[in-house]
Design a binder for this molecule. Structure first.
Ligand code: NAP
Length: 252
């Protein structure tokens, strides 16, 4: 059974792998034996350092790519580099994202546009380019990182929730379209996970969210990475079009 979790010989690409949930997914998939490519907007020298760290820690190959998912040419170039170096793609963790919080009446159009550009258009382009590479081998697993607020909404997050709901629609549609090519597409909907994304929440706000979490703890990036490992691996070989909530019971 555990051999089904072994990702040796596979290549996983994680967008937004520099920190938070993406970093945890990257380390977890590397620990399972997968070679890794990842992107972020951080400068290339820093990404090279992270790649070396991953290679030494997990004895896998790792390529860090400076890429802003808002920029189509940079995204296309990233896939060219992945293809040139590894010649395959087995897993995409479509994770890069930003969250800006403001009441609807106070939300600027620039903020709406930025979240749509990164969280939706960037994710869609990655979904498209990844599926093309995966189609060559007629196999692959795409894991879109959505959010609990894409399912149930949240005050002060109309634009962010819209961007994350869009990912759920894309997941369902792509799962239907790509299943005949052996490509599975699923989403993870994290709840409240302890990363830089929550920097805007003060202690009081965190306390009030904590009250809504049945398991009485804030999630860790590793909690999300564990679900990503399941979806990346053959343990989930008959699972597609699903949304896995990783939220400590916020919806029950
Ligand atoms: P985070 O710690 O702020 O990490 C965000 C990651 O996305 C970073 O690696 C960042 O890299 C990258 N990124 C941001 N803009 C980018 C761009 N334009 N191009 C390429 N990379 C970009 O946040 P996180 O909590 O790990 O969030 C990861 C995903 O989980 C997001 O999609 C978020 O919406 C989702 N999520 C998080 C939570 C939560 O509670 N934390 C809950 C639900 C869903 P650089 O800054 O280095 O470019």
């Amino acid at each position: 059974m555990l051999t089904k979790l072994d990702l040796s010989g596979q290549l996983s690409y994680i967008t937004g792998g520099s920190r938070g949930i993406g970093r945890a997914c990257m380390e977890t998939l590397a620990e399972a034996g997968s070679d890794i490519a990842f992107c972020s907007t951080t400068d290339q020298l820093r990404l090279d350092d992270v790649a070396t760290e991953i290679e030494q820690k997990y004895s896998v190959a790792c390529l860090g790519i400076q890429c802003d998912v808002r920029e189509p040419e940079q995204v296309k170039l990233a896939y060219k580099r992945v293809n040139k170096r590894f010649g395959r793609l087995d897993v995409l963790v479509n994770n890069a994202g930003v969250m800006q919080t403001a009441l609807l009446a106070m939300t600027s159009f620039e903020s709406m546009r930025e979240m749509m550009d990164i969280n939706v258009n960037g994710a869609l382009l990655n979904l498209q380019l990844a599926s093309r590479l995966m189609a060559r081998k007629q196999r692959g697993s795409i894991i879109n990182i959505s959010s609990i607020v894409g399912r149930v909404g949240s005050e002060g997050q109309v634009a962010y929730a819209a961007s994350k709901a869009a990912i759920l629609g894309a997941t369902a549609s792509a799962a239907k379209e790509l299943a005949p090519m052996g490509i599975r597409v699923n989403a993870i909907a994290p709840g409240f996970i302890d990363t830089d994304l929550l920097m805007g929440f003060d202690a009081e706000a965190k306390k009030s969210v904590l009250k809504t979490i049945k398991m009485s703890r804030i999630g860790q990036p590793q909690d999300v990475a564990n679900a990503a490992l399941f979806l990346a691996s053959d343990l989930s070989s008959y699972v597609t079009g699903e949304i896995i909530g990783v939220d400590g019971g916020m919806l029950v």
